[in-house]
Write a protein that binds this ligand. Structure first.
Ligand code: ZN
Length: 134
């Protein structure tokens, strides 16, 4: 894995949290993007070399709705940048990690993504992401 690509934070209300994180980080978000297949609306911030993704649910039964019901707002996942997501999925599976989607899928911010179940990574939901070449 190359580096932390972003940290994902689950929020109840994207507009409210956009204002909060704008104050916190001192910069406005640079994009809002809905990922209908995941039932989320996201916004992205840059803080120096790092990125923060805020996630709001658009679906009553989506993963963010479930997370908020169980744990409330807060850090939801850590995303790592990888060069070859298919190879990385295979490597992590062979190491015993539970990969939630064997096939990479299209995520927010022009990325192919895959998730590791938190139960095999000390409670941390891990996202792998590979930039989609234009
Ligand atoms: Zn993410």
């Amino acid at each position: 894995m190359n580096k932390i690509e972003h940290i994902g934070i689950a929020v109840q209300n994207l507009e409210t949290s956009n204002l909060l994180f704008e104050k916190l980080l001192g910069v406005p978000h640079y994009k809002i993007e809905e990922v209908a297949s995941e039932g989320v609306r996201t916004s992205f911030f840059r803080a120096g070399p790092n990125k923060i993704e805020l996630l709001e649910t658009t679906s009553e039964n989506g993963p963010i709705a479930k997370f908020l019901a169980k744990k409330g707002e807060g850090v939801h996942h850590i995303a790592f940048a990888v060069d070859d997501i298919v190879a990385e999925i295979d490597r992590l599976k062979s190491e015993g990690f539970l990969v939630l989607n064997d096939e990479p899928k299209k995520g927010a911010d022009n990325k192919l993504v895959a998730f590791l179940h938190p139960k095999t990574s000390n409670g941390v939901l891990v996202e792998l992401c590979q930039e989609i070449e234009e």
